[in-house]
Design a binder for this molecule. Structure first.
Ligand code: FAD
Length: 319
C-alpha cells in the first residue's frame, strides 16, 4: 500500500513546497517499508515530472486535462480520491497551505480516512499511527493518533527539509473522471518580477512601527537589494498600508526564510506563529523590551526609519 503525495504546480512548474512534500512523504514511505507515488494534476512536462524522482518518488501519476489548470476543490478531490483508490494508498500527504486545507478534509471524508492537519514531524510511532502537530499558535504540540486504514496528512509548510536522493521515477498517465467544475476562472492577474513570499530566502517585513505606508521605501529597497520578498504584520494590511498577501502570521502566510528582518514589529504571538521557523531573525525596534527580541537572533534597539537606510548603505558598500 504505497504512500501518495499531491504535488502542486503553477504554470507547469512544481512549487518549492512540492519538493519538501515529496521528501517528507518519502521518509514516511521509508519508515513504513512502502513506495512513494506522486500525483500531478494539470499540464506538466515529462522533464519536470521526472524531477520528483530525485526527491524520493518512485512513480509519478499524471492527470492531464485542459480543464485542470486552476484548482477546483470538488474536481481535484474527485481526481485524488480516484488515484488513491486505484493505487490502494495507505497514507496521502498534502501541503498545509490553502490548497491542502481545502482538499484534505474533503478527501478524508471521501475515503473515510482519519485526518491530521498541520503535521510538524514524521509519524512516530507508526503502530498506532501517531502524528505530532503544533497547537495554540505553536505554543504546544499535540500527538494525534490516526486509527483508520487510510490516513490523510497535511504537512505544515517549511517543517521538513528538502532531500535529494538522486533517484528516478516512472511516469504513468491516469484518465480520471473529474466531474463538473463548480467554479469558473474568468481572469488571472499575475504579479511579475516579484519573489514569491513563501519561496523567498530573505524576507524584509514591516509593522505598525513603520508609522505610515509612505515609509515603506527602505523596506522595498532592502528587499530588492537582498533579492527577497516583502512581508508585514496583520494590522499593516488591515489598515490597507500593504496588500493582504504580504501579511504573515497565524491568520496570514507561514514562512521560513533563511533571513527574516522585522522592522517595527512588536513580535506578538500571532505574528511569530507565521515566522518563528525562520533560520535567522533580525529585529529592529525602539522598545528594548519588545517580545520580538526574545525570538530574534540579532536585535537592533533603534528607530527603523534610521536603521534601515544605514543597513541599505552598508549592504551597498559591502557589495
Ligand atoms: C485571532 C488573532 C489573529 C491574529 N493574527 C495575526 C497575524 O496573523 N499576523 C500578525 O502580524 N498579527 C496578528 N494578530 C495581531 C497581533 O496580535 C498583533 O496585534 C500584531 O501582530 C501587532 O502588529 P505590529 O507589531 O505591527 O504592531 P504593534 O503591536 O503596534 O507594534 C509596533 C512595534 O513597533 C515598535 N516601534 C514603534 N516605532 C518604531 C520605530 N520608529 N522603529 C522601530 N520600531 C518601532 C514598537 O515598539 C512596537 O513594538 C492577530 C490577533 C488576533 C487576536
Amino acid at each position: 500500500m504505497p504512500v501518495l503525495v499531491y504535488t502542486e504546480n503553477w504554470d507547469g512548474k512544481f512549487k518549492k513546497l512540492s519538493f519538501e512534500l515529496v521528501s517528507y512523504a518519502s521518509e514516511i514511505a521509508h519508515i513504513l517499508g512502502e513506495t512513494l507515488t506522486a500525483v500531478s494534476i494539470g499540464s506538466v512536462d515529462e522533464h519536470e515530472l521526472g524531477r520528483l524522482g530525485n526527491f524520493g518518488a518512485s512513480k509519478v501519476v499524471k492527470v492531464e486535462n485542459d480543464t485542470l489548470k486552476y484548482l477546483d476543490n470538488q474536481v481535484f478531490t474527485n481526481i485524488l480520491a480516484q488515484v488513491a483508490q486505484k493505487e490502494g494508498a495507505s497514507v496521502i500527504v498534502l501541503s498545509h497551505n490553502n490548497t491542502g486545507k481545502a482538499l484534505a478534509p474533503r478527501l478524508s471524508v471521501r475515503l473515510k480516512a482519519a485526518l491530521a492537519s498541520g503535521a510538524a514531524n514524521v509519524p512516530s510511532p507508526v503502530h498506532p499511527f501517531t502524528v505530532r502537530k503544533k497547537v495554540f499558535s505553536g505554543k504546544a504540540f499535540a500527538d494525534v493518533v490516526l486509527p483508520t486504514d487510510v490516513k490523510v496528512l497535511t504537512l505544515a509548510q517549511n517543517s521538513f527539509k528538502v532531500i535529494e536522493t538522486g533517484g528516478t521515477a516512472t511516469i504513468e498517465s491516469f484518465i480520471a473522471e473529474p466531474g463538473d467544475p463548480t467554479t469558473v476562472v474568468k481572469e488571472v492577474q499575475k504579479q511579475t518580477g516579484k519573489v514569491l513570499l513563501t519561496d523567498a530566502e530573505v524576507v524584509v517585513s514591516g509593522g505598525r512601527g513603520m508609522k505610515s505606508p509612505e515609509n515603506w521605501g527602505p523596506i522595498e529597497e532592502l528587499a530588492q537589494l537582498l533579492e527577497g520578498a516583502i512581508a508585514c504584520s496583520r494590522p499593516v494590511s488591515d489598515e490597507g498600508w500593504r496588500p493582504h498577501e504580504e501579511h504573515t502570521g497565524q491568520t496570514g502566510k507561514i514562512i521560513a526564510p533563511n533571513l527574516y528582518i522585522a522592522a517595527g514589529i512588536s513580535g506578538a504571538i500571532q505574528h511569530l506563529a507565521g515566522v518563528s521557523s525562520s533560520k535567522c531573525i533580525v529585529a529592529i525596534n525602539t522598545d528594548k523590551d519588545a517580545p520580538i527580541f526574545e525570538a530574534a537572533d540579532y536585535g537592533v534597539v533603534g528607530d527603523a526609519l534610521k536603521v534601515l537606510p544605514d543597513l541599505i548603505h552598508t549592504v551597498k558598500e559591502t557589495r
